[in-house]
Each structure stands twice: as C-alpha cells, then as structure tokens.
Design a protein around this ligand. Structure first.
Ligand SMILES: Nc1ncnc2c1ncn2[C@@H]1O[C@H](COP(=O)(O)OP(=O)(O)OP(=O)(O)O)[C@@H](O)[C@H]1O
Ligand SMILES: [Mg+2]
Length: 264
C-alpha cells in the first residue's frame, strides 16, 4: 500500500485521490463480514472514473470511504495529498464541504427553499455574501440550462430537472472532485443520457468525476472504469477498450459480475 502511495506522490503531482489497499468490515449479527477486500486505485485531475459492478458488490461503500464518511477498517485514503483518516471528523467535514460536490440518485432538498436558494446554500455555509451567492447560483443554473426554474420549489421539477439542479448545487463551490452515486438511477434513458452528457461536459471543462453506475451503456463517458466484484477490484479499463464496448453491448446494462473483462 505505502509503496503505491509513495510512488504516486513522487511520480504524479496530478493525483487528487489515492486509495491504498482499503478494507472494510461490518458487524452483521455476531459476525464481522468483510465487504471491501483490499482495493487500491488513483484518481488524477481531469479523470472521469466510473465504478461499476453488481448490486451489493460494495460500490457505495467505496464512495463513502473516499468521501471521508466511513473510515476503512484498514488502508489509506489520501485526498489532495492529505491523509483523510488522520484528520478529525470535523476537519474532514470542512474539507468535504469545500472540495467535494456530490450528486445522488435522489436529491436532498431544503423544502422551504427555492431552486436558486438550494443551489446557493453551500456558499452560505462558506460565508459568501448574498449578492455573490445569487450571482454564482444563477451562473451554475445557467450551465445546466435551468434558468427558468429559479423560483420554483425543487420537488415540483421532473426527476431529470432535479438532477440538473443537483449538479449545479454540487459544482457551485468549484470543488476539486465531483462524486456521484447512481445519478441516473431514477431517470428514463433519455434524461439519463442528458445528465451523463452534462457530466461529460463538466469533465471536459476540467472537473474531475468519480461516478458509480449500474448502467454499462454509460461506460463510454468515462476516461477509465473500475470493475468491482464482491468487494474486490476485478479490472480497470481505459476509455474505449474494445472488450468493454463488447461487454456493454452484450449485457445491455445487466452486469454479470462473474464476467471479467480483459484489460486493454
Ligand atoms: N453500515 C452497514 N452495515 C452493515 N452492512 C453494510 C453497511 N453498509 C453496507 N453494508 C453491506 O455491504 C454490502 C455492500 O453495500 P453497498 O451499498 O456498498 O453496495 P452497492 O454496490 O452500492 O449496491 P447497490 O448497487 O445496490 O447500490 C451490502 O451487502 C450491504 O448490505
Ligand atoms: Mg450503492
């Protein structure tokens, strides 16, 4: 593990996130069950990483660990060259607030606030004045083509529109990393493709993305994808790997975790 982390530190100044040999066990009944079984990977500036694998293989657990929400049982997470789990919970929360934007399958809205106010909210937590908050929230909503919805209540919007607003809220603090867990999980295929295209667009503008998805059709958007099976890293694939395209075509979104796609 340390080898990986040390090597990357000197060889790659662009590393945003270094995950070193993480393991995670949960106590279920009387038993300690190992859910994450020694996973290492690195995320560099500008990457669009998709983590995929069948339901229950540990994808959300990996995200929670890299978000600083769930300490691994063993292993190391370096985020922006800081050892996340050597920091206090409060320091981690501060770092997360400033440097990580999140989009989930279902958005958590402050129901008494409008779309504009919800999007501006993370800036309030960082002490921005009202005028700057409004200006930046309008700018962010413009980027996701939701300027018509400033004064609406988020839950009045369609699921696809809510995800656009959610993306605007995630990006408003200009975070170093955008993390998404099944952001298209509630969407029909057309809205799903639109959201994926937006993520790709933001990635091309320089945002680094780590996303979990079930849908193999979306692997085409990633610069690198990481295949997880039963808590282990089965394979890493570069963009456009032939084997990956074949897998996406043959499975049409249903992942059979027993199929390992050859790396290329
Ligand atoms: N806090 C917890 N306590 C006990 N078990 C947990 C906890 N969190 C996750 N697990 C277990 O860990 C395993 C992996 O869960 P995880 O949510 O990471 O899977 P996933 O790959 O995200 O699945 P899905 O695609 O369905 O969202 C599951 O068996 C789950 O029940
Ligand atoms: Mg999950």
């Amino acid at each position: 593990m340390n080898q990986l982390l040390n090597k990357n530190k000197t060889s790659n100044k662009d590393a945003i996130l270094e995950i070193g040999e993480i393991r995670k066990s949960f106590k279920i009944g009387n038993n300690e069950i190992e859910i994450i079984k020694g996973i290492s990977f690195q995320v560099n500036k500008g990457d669009f990483i998709i983590i995929f694998g069948s339901s229950g293989c540990g994808k959300s657990t990996i995200l929670n660990i890299l978000l600083g929400l769930e300490p691994p049982t063993t292993g190391k997470v370096n985020f922006l060259n800081k050892d996340l789990y050597k920091m206090s919970e409060d320091e981690r929360a501060q770092l997360r607030k400033k440097e990580i934007g999140t989009v989930y399958q279902q958005s958590n809205w402050i129901k008494a606030l409008t779309v504009l106010e919800n999007v501006a909210f993370p800036l309030m937590l960082q002490g921005f004045d009202l005028d700057s908050r409004v200006e930046l929230a309008k700018e962010a909503l413009n980027l996701v083509e939701m300027t018509q919805a400033f004064d609406q209540i988020p839950t009045e919007l369609s699921a696809g529109q809510q995800q656009r607003v959610s993306l605007a809220r995630a990006l408003i603090t200009k975070p170093s990393l955008l993390v998404a867990d099944e952001p298209t999980g509630n969407l029909d295929s057309k809205s799903g493709e639109e959201i994926m295209a937006l993520f790709k667009d933001f990635n091309q503008r320089g945002h680094t993305v780590v996303m979990v998805t079930h849908d193999l059709e979306y692997l085409k958007y990633a610069s690198r994808s990481i295949q997880i099976s039963d808590g282990e890293l089965l394979a890493e694939h570069q963009a456009n790997a032939e084997s990956l395209k074949k897998l996406a075509i043959s499975k049409r979104g249903n992942i059979d975790s027993s199929v390992k796609v050859g790396e290329n």
